[in-house]
Design a protein around this ligand. Structure first.
Ligand code: MRU
Length: 359
């Protein structure tokens, strides 16, 4: 793993998607290194104190970065796994298709096992394996490289489409509550829940964002607040426990959150604490919208009851008295009955999500 300081200038951006990204992040959350030999990430463990870019070459480094949340957010870990798979195979096998194919199952399984809840990870690795099946040994490296880049570019486009469709939710002067980080740092593009906010900001609308701090790893306080302030969007951070009181106060017009997996019936797995916000939003009649790329819909999972919820290490809760137990789920499930609407890159959609419609 090679660490280096992020550059100070954004550089020239060739298309609208990249212009958005450059406006938010100087370095995308996940990308190729310039020579395409490494997965380049902005290390989110160190934000906002330091902007450190890392180039990852090996399967150990990529798996470790996903497990430790150096790269995080459902779409970003999907893109990171796709690029990471190609570069990790190349690091060991060169461009030998036979050697790459022999290593592929083990590397793919290690990536999928690194975080279980976000469907985008297994979805992206599944796409890479299907691509390898179609390729000959002679074309394998080239085909997998092209597929990983297609996943990255599609993610950028999906974020922009969510932003465009979601503009209708974000009129001038709106106040939005969000949870965790579903912004540029969680995708290859401008994010999901934050995409309509960036689109509205770009259109000259004033937006105020309340960001739950999102214990225990503080993705809201460290990451959402950081990326919104970079582009001059007003942001107020609150402790997670204050969200219900804020919603009751009348200060919030709507809630926008991301998703790690959306089941066929519309139940939503997202960062722990999302369910509490949905309950409070319903109690105070505030619209609660879930935003996600189409790839986050898992039509093969009937409802939230069977979603595999990741539990994380006790140490994330910090120092506790000896003998105290810890319950530390990384995600929770919000029942579809509490969701006002689902905003995707294909526009607003409604469950049930049938396997025949979800690619
Ligand atoms: O544990 P994290 O930080 O990866 O959790 C991220 C979330 O829960 C996001 O809301 C979700 O992945 C959607 S990101 C567009």
């Amino acid at each position: 793993m090679v660490g280096q300081r992020a550059p100070n200038v954004a550089g020239l951006c060739g298309n609208l998607a990249l212009r958005y990204v450059c406006a938010v992040l100087l370095t995308p959350a996940v990308d190729w290194s310039p020579n395409h030999r490494a997965l380049r990430i902005l290390d989110q463990r160190l934000l906002p104190a330091a902007e450190v870019v890392r180039d990852l070459y090996t399967i150990d480094d990529v798996v470790d970065a996903i497990k430790t949340l150096a790269v995080r957010g459902a779409p970003a870990i999907g893109v990171g796994a796709a690029i990471g798979l190609v570069v990790a195979l190349r690091t060991v096998a060169g461009e030998s298709g036979t050697h790459m194919r022999a290593l592929l199952p083990e590397f793919a399984e290690r990536l999928v096992a690194s975080r279980p809840t976000a469907v985008n990870l297994a979805w992206a690795v599944g796409r890479m394996r299907a691509c390898a099946e179609r390729a000959t040994d002679a074309t394998l490296h080239h085909a997998m490289h092209a597929e990983a880049d297609a996943i990255r570019l599609q993610d950028i486009a999906m974020c922009n489409a969510i932003g465009a469709h979601g503009l209708v939710l974000v009129p001038d002067g709106v106040c939005v509550l969000t949870h965790c980080n579903a912004g540029a740092l969680a995708t290859a593009g401008i994010g999901t829940a934050l995409a309509p906010i960036y689109a509205a900001h770009t259109a000259g609308r004033r937006v105020h964002v309340y960001a739950n701090e999102t214990r225990p790893l503080l993705q809201g306080a460290r990451l959402t607040a950081w990326e919104l302030r970079r582009v001059g969007i007003a942001v107020t951070v609150l402790p997670d426990g204050a969200a219900a009181s804020l919603l009751r106060s009348g200060a919030v017009d709507l809630v926008l959150v991301g998703a790690d997996r959306i089941a066929a019936n519309g139940d939503v797995a997202n960062k722990i604490g999302t369910y509490s916000i949905a309950l409070a939003a319903r109690a105070h009649e505030i619209p609660f919208y879930v935003t996600a790329p189409w790839s986050t819909i898992d039509a093969h999972t009937a409802d939230g009851a069977t979603i595999n919820i990741e539990f994380r290490d006790d140490s994330e809760l910090g120092e506790l008295p000896i003998g105290v137990g810890v319950w530390n789920p990384a995600f929770d499930v919000t029942p579809h009955t509490l969701v006002t609407g689902y905003l995707t890159d294909r526009g607003f959609v409604e469950p049930p999500f049938l396997a025949s419609c979800v690619g």
